[in-house]
Design a protein. Structure first.
Length: 61
C-alpha cells in the first residue's frame, strides 16, 4: 500500500468514527443521560479531525 491509500483510509475511518459518535450522542440524548453533551464535544472534535485530513488530501492533489 502506498502512502496515499493509507491517508485515504485514515480519512475514511475518521469519518466513520465521527458519524458513529453522532449516533451515540443522539441515542444518549433521547434517553436523557446526563453526559450526552460530553459525547457531542468529542463528536465535534472527530468531525474537525476528519475535515483536516480531507483538506490535507485535497492539497496534495
Amino acid at each position: 500500500m502506498d502512502k496515499k491509500n493509507l491517508e485515504q483510509l485514515e480519512f475514511l475511518t475518521s469519518v466513520i468514527t465521527a458519524v458513529l459518535l453522532l449516533v451515540i450522542t443522539y441515542l444518549q440524548y433521547q434517553k436523557n443521560r446526563p453526559f450526552w453533551w460530553l459525547i457531542l464535544i468529542v463528536s465535534i472534535f472527530m468531525g474537525a479531525n476528519a475535515y483536516m485530513k480531507y483538506k490535507k488530501i485535497e492539497l496534495k492533489k
